[in-house]
Design a binder for this molecule. Structure first.
Ligand SMILES: [Zn+2]
Ligand SMILES: [Zn+2]
Length: 680
């Protein structure tokens, strides 16, 4: 077997593992030792394997991102045999695209795109076919030989976004690159070809800046600015710097001035008294930094993490250590500062595993039964190793707020939390309610499984990524009974919006989907902008046809209290309006809550029956927990919505429900726990 074929094996094996297939003994080959130095001009097998290794380190399964590997077959002599094999690969759904065999230059050439997800389904035939290919010809490990695969381009853009973040660039810049990466992953057409033919800006989210980077990448295989950032920015130093209170740019400057790249080197330089040699660091700042470095208390990040990022971080660490998540994210806070994982087992090996995790760039404190590490973003994560008979005790202590835990101390020893509460003689308290001291009987909080439908989602008609039918099918898969399609109206401007004619055209698409999906019901809805004077952005006759109208303020969030309240109340009194979207308009870490007077909103809500939304988007979570509690107390109906812009977003209801739970909401408070007949 030739060595290039082995690389293909590596890709197939990797794909199979990713989707959880059993390992095939035939694939257990020491392929990495056998690779040639280089054989394909723009991507050597060695690089291909390196790329696979990167993927293996990646905690997020690639199949979620639609990764596509490519196979090239060269020097097949029998054209008929090639056609037969490629047809079989397509049939087996191992490839979703096969280029025409190219016989120019004496070599037959076939390329197909291998989709690892599809690969998992009929694995046996695929492996046989791959073996067939190997017997008949030569397999090349390349993506597209003259360019870069969509997955590789997306990887590059993501690394670029991460480094831009590290280097302290604007949130919007790095977000634009992240979104472009996500979009490129989901694009079926080869993006490199679009770049070459000058058509890449036809893809949503690709502006001139990103196009220039893509052109550079496709033409040269590199992004010069990315290489530069990579050589300058040390994630470890940036993480430590953030924890100590200086930004990434300053961390880079200080690192350069001291000639250090790691946290350990930084500490050493600080201990040697060299900090004050850095321009801009006087004796006062030096003393502050030394004190911060020595601080034994639990450090806090500079800024809280949004819930989705917090959960991704802490669930990743917990999974790697086989532990339980604790700290703020276990209470589902909207902004998270305290992170902990509680494990039981032998402390030594657990501490070592913790310190070698890719998420942890530096360890700031280490004790016998625990450690505190820091992520590249400067977020401290605590590891607690508990004796098995005290696991519940330590989990409870690491989960509750300081005030909640203090009120229950001294905590009795128990192997699980139920046991601790039993010993304390008080009812079990759901983690979401462990903020303020509380020893009473908690209400039966709403559960994710109580939700019967989603009443605020977008489609490709505005800024969503899926069609009505795709969203409907995904909602059925979630066990829902109904779904309201609420695309934007024209006034929103920054993204496409619908007018009355568009809304009527969409009605046909919805009717067709309903015919296919019955008894499931898709409601004709809209996310209608509230105009400055409180009127709505669609004519009354169009609104009257709709079954679910969300009213939203999108521009003018910083207006004075009287102004924004008057505008909102006016809209809520419109007979078509059923729910007020993201009422307080906040974007966590970027825009504070608006001045809207919720007391008046709740009064009008009770009068008109209009509900208020808990919007699930992780940087919104609006209404917030505190406001949900007021709404619950006022008896105002609440809707838990995802505001999903994709099929995947539809599956994220858990953040909205958790926020409602933090606001003490029961299923009775949440409108979309009811059957459709009681809603529309
Ligand atoms: Zn909105
Ligand atoms: Zn929306």
């Amino acid at each position: 077997m030739d060595s290039e074929g082995l690389v293909l094996r590596a890709e197939v094996r990797d794909a199979a593992e990713r989707v959880g297939a059993d390992e095939d003994p035939a694939l257990r080959q020491p392929e990495r030792d056998l690779l040639p130095e280089a054989s394909v001009p723009d991507r050597t097998p060695l690089e291909a394997v390196r790329c696979l290794e990167d993927e293996e380190r990646d905690a997020e399964p690639r199949r979620d991102r639609g990764a596509v590997a490519l196979v090239a077959v060269e020097e097949l002599n029998d054209a008929g045999r090639i056609a037969e094999l490629t047809d079989a690969l397509v049939e087996a759904r191992a490839v979703d695209r096969v280029d025409q065999p190219d016989t120019a230059g004496g070599a037959d050439r076939v390329r197909g795109a291998v989709d690892p997800v599809a690969l998992a389904l009929p694995r046996e035939p695929v492996l046989e076919l791959v073996a067939e290919f190997e017997r008949h010809g030569k397999l090349l490990p390349v993506a597209s030989p003259e360019g870069t695969s969509n997955a590789e381009i997306a990887d590059k853009l993501e690394s670029f976004a991460a480094l831009l973040d590290l280097a302290g660039s604007s949130y919007y810049t790095s977000r634009a690159y992240r979104r472009a990466a996500e979009m490129i992953r989901e694009t079926k057409a080869p993006v490199a070809d679009l770049v070459r033919s000058g058509r890449v800006r036809e893809l949503r989210g690709i502006g001139p800046g990103i196009e220039a980077r893509l052109t550079e990448l496709v033409e040269t295989g590199r992004i010069a600015e990315l290489d530069e950032l990579e050589s300058e920015v040390s994630p470890e130093l940036v993480g430590l710097g953030r924890l100590l209170g200086f930004g990434p740019k300053r961390a880079v400057e200080i690192g350069r001035a001291l000639g250090v790249r790691t946290a350990a080197e930084f500490r050493e330089a600080a201990a040697d008294g060299r900090l004050k040699s850095v321009p801009g660091i006087g004796p006062k700042t030096e003393a502050k930094l030394l004190a911060a470095l020595a601080q034994a208390e639990r450090p806090r990040p500079r800024r809280g993490l949004t819930l989705n990022r917090a959960l991704a971080l802490i669930e990743g660490v917990a999974l790697a250590l086989d532990g339980e998540i604790a700290g703020d994210p276990r209470r589902w806070r909207d902004s998270n500062e305290v992170f902990a994982v509680v494990c039981s087992g032998e402390a030594g090996p657990l501490l070592e595993r913790f310190e070698s995790l890719p998420q942890i760039v530096s360890v700031v404190e280490r004790a016998e039964h625990g450690a505190i590490g820091v992520t590249v973003e400067g977020v401290p994560v605590e590891l607690v190793v508990a004796e098995p008979e005290r696991f519940g005790t330590e989990l409870l202590r690491a989960t509750g707020s300081d005030a909640y835990v203090a009120a229950l101390e001294p905590l009795p020893a128990a192997p699980d939390e139920d046991g601790v509460y039993r010993e304390l003689g008080i009812p079990f308290c759901p983690p979401e309610l462990r903020e303020e001291p509380f020893g009473g009987e908690p209400p039966p909080l709403v559960e994710l499984t109580d939700i019967r439908g989603d009443l605020h989602v977008h489609t490709t008609a505005s800024d969503g990524k899926a069609t009505v039918l795709e969203m409907g099918e995904a909602a059925i898969a979630l066990g829902y009974e109904y779904l309201a399609i609420c695309d934007h109206t024209r006034n929103v401007r920054v993204v496409p919006g619908l007018d009355a004619d568009d809304v009527r055209r969409q009605a046909e698409e919805i009717a067709a989907a309903n015919e296919r999906l019955a008894p499931f019901r898709i409601l004709r809805g809209i996310e209608c902008d509230i105009l400055p004077d409180g009127s709505l952005d669609l004519p009354d006759d169009a609104l009257a046809e709709l079954e679910w109208v969300q009213a939203s303020v999108h521009a003018g969030q910083r207006a004075a209290r009287a102004e924004i309240t008057k505008r909102t109340l006016e809209a809520m009194r419109h007979p078509a309006v059923r729910c007020l979207s993201h009422p307080k308009g906040r974007i966590i870490n970027h825009r504070p809550e608006n001045a809207l007077d919720l007391e008046q909103v709740f009064e009008v809500a009770l009068e008109t029956g209009v509900a208020v939304e808990v919007n699930e988007l992780p940087d919104r979570l609006d209404l917030s927990d505190v406001h949900v509690r007021s709404a619950v107390e006022a008896g105002v109906p609440i809707v838990c919505s995802t505001d999903a812009h994709s099929v995947r977003g539809l599956g994220n209801m858990r953040l909205s429900v958790a926020t409602a739970r933090r606001g003490w909401a029961t299923a009775g408070n949440i409108l979309n726990t009811r059957p459709l007949s009681e809603i529309a």
